[in-house]
Design a protein around this ligand. Structure first.
Ligand code: PLP
Length: 367
């Protein structure tokens, strides 16, 4: 029996694993620290298992995930790098965390007591970090709360306190506040003699490690920069592009002057216009909010303007006077159209565009 034909993908994301390796090295170089590589949300839409596997090969101290579902997938992929849960846990997740030996950061006395009880019941020693809130307002002990509970925490016989971490809400926006957070973090570590008994001290995300030093830190937590995007334009040129979102022209026609293009007829041709239809839309994660915002795609060596609204599965671009044909490749973002430009025009951030690339988009890895 002959196998039925299978078409090439309509819309795909090319993911360059060498670029990931390059960016990991940059994160190490710039921070001077070991890395907790952040791979939450499917490694920012790049695909959790393949990215985690490369990061593990390159040697990271931790893989940082948002929750136990992601931790489980990494373990099922037989990746043995220690796994760190970046936020508070709720009671229904803790038994699994204790059984698997995943590393939680603890935000409250209640959370610590529950882990202590579960670890005792399982007969294990559980490694945990202290989460400290120096200004993010999302999790962690406030500094004076930590002081109040410190003795109780240290007295828990089934918990090994091996680290302390805090998070920066505005390292790419507010230098004065970020420096005050670093001071606060350093002051707390100093006052609890943390360098002596906490093996890991960590504060800096991508924007943090590109612009700041926190003297007692020996671990950095980069996410976005590993995927080739810098919130600091000066560092962008030193990072390598990891993901390129691509599709193909499915149709080319010349529309007469006065013809509407796409839903709502926001765009009306003012002259005869050669219009290419491309097989990508917001159903793939190409942001619908790009409609009418001057967005461009890269095609046949040049930029061409998006016409009218982004639809679920298709967009239209102006290819008047261009030498293009049906089947030609189109870059939506990547080496020629920076992701940051797409995010800005869509009124959002790079993180959201990456994590919005849907499962319908085939991820193609090259090393
Ligand atoms: C997501 C996250 C990071 C990574 O942030 P980037 O800005 O993508 O580098 C680091 N630390 C914590 C706690 C996070 O939640």
């Amino acid at each position: 029996m002959s196998t039925p034909p299978v078409s090439k993908p309509r819309c795909w994301a090319e993911i360059d694993l060498d670029a990931l390796r390059h960016n990991l090295a940059k994160a190490r170089e710039w921070s001077g620290c070991e890395l907790m590589a952040v791979v939450k949300a499917g490694a920012y839409g790049h695909g959790l298992e393949p990215m985690a596997a490369v990061i593990a090969q390159e040697g990271a101290a931790y893989l940082g995930v948002a929750h136990v579902g992601e931790a489980r997938r990494i373990r099922e992929a037989a990746i043995t790098t220690p796994i760190y849960l970046l936020g508070p846990t709720w009671a229904g997740e803790r038994e699994e965390i204790v059984a698997q030996g995943w590393v939680a950061c603890v935000s409250s006395l209640d959370e610590a007591e529950d882990f202590e009880r579960l670890a005792a019941a399982a007969g294990v020693q559980l490694s945990v970090h202290i989460a400290l809130d120096t200004g993010m307002g999302r999790g962690g002990f406030l500094p004076d709360e930590l002081m109040k509970h410190l003795e109780a925490l240290k007295a828990m016989t089934h918990l090994n306190w091996i680290g302390i971490g805090s998070h920066l809400p505005s390292a790419d926006e507010d230098r004065v506040f970020t420096e005050s957070q670093i001071e606060c973090f350093e002051r707390v570590i100093d006052s609890i003699d943390g360098v002596k008994w906490l093996s890991w001290r960590h504060l800096l995300n991508s924007a943090g490690l590109m612009g700041y030093k926190s003297p007692s830190c020996n671990l950095a937590r980069p996410g976005l920069m590993l995927y080739g995007v810098s919130s600091n334009p000066q560092c962008q040129a030193e990072l390598a592009t990891v993901m390129s979102l691509k599709s193909r022209i499915t149709l080319i026609r010349t529309l007469p002057a006065g013809h509407g293009v796409s839903y709502g007829r926001d765009y009306i041709t003012d002259k005869p216009t050669r219009v290419a239809t491309i097989g990508v839309g917001y159903g793939d994660g190409y942001p619908r909010h790009l409609s009418g915002k001057g967005a461009e795609v890269f095609l046949a060596g040049q930029r061409c303007p998006l016409l009218g609204r982004v639809t679920m599965d298709q967009i239209m671009v102006d290819v008047t006077d261009m030498d293009v044909k049906v089947g030609d490749e189109v870059e939506l973002f990547g080496a020629h159209i920076p992701l940051v430009e797409v995010a800005q025009k869509a009124g959002t951030i790079a993180w959201e565009v990456f994590t919005g690339i849907t499962p319908r988009v085939t991820r193609i890895y090259k090393s």
